[in-house]
Design a protein around this ligand. Sequence first.
Ligand code: PLP
Length: 447
Amino acid sequence: MATYAKRTLRSAALWKQAAEWTPLGVHSNYRYIDPHPLFVRRGSGSRLWDVDENEYLDFNMGFGALQSGHAHPKVVEAVQAQVAKGTHYGYEWELSPTVAEKICRRYGQAQVRFSTTGLEATHHAVRIARAVTGRSLLLKFEGGYHGSHDTLLVGVKPRPEVAGPARQPNSVPASLGIPPEVTGKTLVAPFNDLEATRAIVRAHRNDLAAILTEPIPMNMGFILPEPGFMPGLRELCDEVGALLLFDEVKTGTKYYRGAAPRVGVKPDLIVLGKSISSGVPVSAIVTRAGLLDQVGPKKIAHAGTYNSNPLAMAACLATLDHVLTEDGIARSTRLSDRLAAGYREVLTDAHLPAYVAADGVSGMAYFTDHVVRDWRTFCTVDSERWMLYFYSALNRGLIPSGTGPDEQWTISVAHTEADVDRHLSVLREVAPTLRGETHAGTIDEAV
Ligand code: PLP
């Protein structure tokens, strides 16, 4: 951390200025790191440069929002062409229907509504589920993050002391300011435990509007659902008349048609965001026929000044047509496989208790000797050792993943084999230094 502080003096100065006007000096809590956050000047392809002109090989990729890489030429061209014609109209743009059709066809769904952030789209998804079913309860999984709004800021990263029984977790708010009446509408279940989930769902069978989950949770690192778990959730929803909502804000582009086919289940509604428009904010709810029939005045509210904004739609169209192609994603997947294999080899050679989880274009290393299958097993991860790795990598010009042991790497279409090999050579260099004494412990509950 001391080396990081010395390498990033200009960031430190900007942070001082920022902190005067902005709590923590950042506009999203997740961006803060000790002793000060990084301030960035520019990005290109797989590289980022901070304000001290340090170059980083970036595997965070904007917390998974940049599978395009930084400043992809096709996205730059599309946004530049549009910006001169207007940044915003307050009317529908001529190419929005084309983008809508492409999204529906790609994800095998019937209808779509665009919005701007993942937060908004999961918020709309919950309202639609409640309106369509006429029920008010929602079930999410412990450890899952679905955006910074009240209904879903429950059971996000609860400390073990307050989390309650593992098979029937408490609905712990993840922020101050959330009324208990709101928290009480969100049930929390343990991921990968179908029996426990069944018991919770059946106990509320007449009141449950929906189960909302990432098909592959990516806010507890990287957790693949165990065989039968996702099909089990589908059956459970059908049994009690609830909807199955997939939050694919992260996973939606990490597989060409999203992660739903990967886990073998068709949800009623998919939420998209992040990489779908290469870092220009777009989110969407994409649903089966019939689900959005009641969206309209005096029925289900869905509105937003910036929904289907022309700049964002232009970026989305370029992304779908030219950036996140089937071939492009397949190539990124092969690179991710190579990175995961390298991690396994290096960490084994270094005799570090670690376990590598990866699939598609993402993965990560957990410093633990347990298999991580849910939030409670995630709590065995040695966060301090991970942070030691993170700073050691930063100081060598590598951002190995999103910030925190609950994040993962994202391979963009801009990454190359040489980038993956450079990542592994940094890991190989620092691995022996990661063996020292650290303290296992969970990351902070606050979002
Ligand atoms: N859903 C998931 C799975 C996410 O990872 C995130 C953000 O990280 C969100 C929703 C919220 O998206 P946004 O930050 O665009 O509001």
